[in-house]
Design a protein around this ligand. Structure first.
Ligand code: ZN
Length: 84
């Protein structure tokens, strides 16, 4: 049995870019408002709002997000996963 330590389920939200149904995050525990969401389908980056919907980051926020080593690591991991 594989422990599900790293995956947390939440109310499904649709990716605002491709419409993919996102219903889990990996690596950061349960998402909270202001957390970054990366679509595993199209790599679109979004932010959780206070009511756990998604919104597009502003240009300044996006710069900040892309400066996060962890975000880059996730993007790279997703890209590699999709190449298989
Ligand atoms: Zn998407």
């Amino acid at each position: 049995m594989i422990p599900e330590l790293d995956t947390s389920r939440f109310e499904p939200v649709r990716c605002m870019n491709c419409g993919y149904l996102l219903d889990a995050t990996t690596g950061e525990g349960h998402p909270s408002p202001g957390d970054v969401s990366i679509c595993i389908e199209c790599l679109n980056i979004a932010l959780f709002t206070h009511d756990m919907a998604l919104r597009a980051p502003t240009a300044a926020e996006l710069r900040e997000i892309m400066a996060e080593p962890e975000v880059r690591r996730y993007l790279m991991a997703i890209r590699q996963m999709k190449q298989k």
